[in-house]
Design a protein. Sequence first.
Length: 114
Amino acid sequence: MRKGDDHDTTVDFASLVQWYTKHCDDSWEHQHGVRLETLDNPGWLLAVDLIHTNLQGCLMSEIAEGCTPEGHPISPVWIHCFVRDNQFKGACDPTQVARLFEEFQRFADSVPTA
């Protein structure tokens, strides 16, 4: 965390790694996966393919804080997460990266496993 920031940017990848590993079946990972990219806002973009996973077809309530409903930042602190076309997408300012991963985990945990 940078001096003056009041957000914990420490990301715990363990649950995402576990979710990803669970779906690697020598087929899924060849066409689908998880991507983390930087944005020029600046910020982060997390995209997780849900097709052929326990989350396929699941929806979540969209999160849009500090941004327009389209996800355009209007505040220095912002986050936008949604599920569309069998993909979880989340974007945020640099200080919200830990929360971005938490929101994916919250979504994944909300779906009962078979």
